[in-house]
Design a protein around this ligand. Structure first.
Ligand code: ZN
Length: 132
């Protein structure tokens, strides 16, 4: 089951500036930041209704989000769907021939368990499945 869009991940090169803009000028509710070592990003959370905006600043050059910004510039990085049984969903998608980046769940921001599907299989969008 895909319950909802859990969050939209946006790659940015200056998180402080981004926080100031979305908090002070757009007026979104700012819920703090977290460094996710495994993905080498610092993440800022802004809930919007049942979903969230997550802004991702690379903590190292050459990290996945750092490379993304180098290649494509800042912008929407991934779309995350909430699922209720991540392992089962991954098995099912793999059986359907969908290309997975992560065959096993890994740690994501906010204590979620996440896995990415390859954009080659998803119409050019990096899709994250997210279980909370
Ligand atoms: Zn995400």
């Amino acid at each position: 089951m895909f319950d909802k869009i859990d969050h939209i991940g946006v790659a940015v090169s200056d998180l402080e500036k981004t926080i100031k803009f979305y908090r002070d000028q757009i007026g979104l509710d700012f819920k703090g930041t977290e460094v996710v070592e495994e993905q080498k990003v610092k993440v800022a959370f802004f809930p919007v209704g049942e979903s969230k905006m997550e802004f991702l600043e690379p903590t190292e050059q050459g990290s996945p989000v750092g490379k993304f910004i180098e290649k494509k510039g800042e912008g929407v990085h991934h779309l995350a769907f909430r699922v209720d049984n991540l392992e089962a969903k991954l098995e099912q998608l793999k059986a359907q021939g969908i290309e997975l980046i992560d065959e096993k769940p890994r740690y994501g921001a906010g204590g979620a368990r996440i896995a990415f599907l390859h954009p080659r299989s998803t119409g050019g969008i990096l899709v994250e499945l997210c279980e909370r």
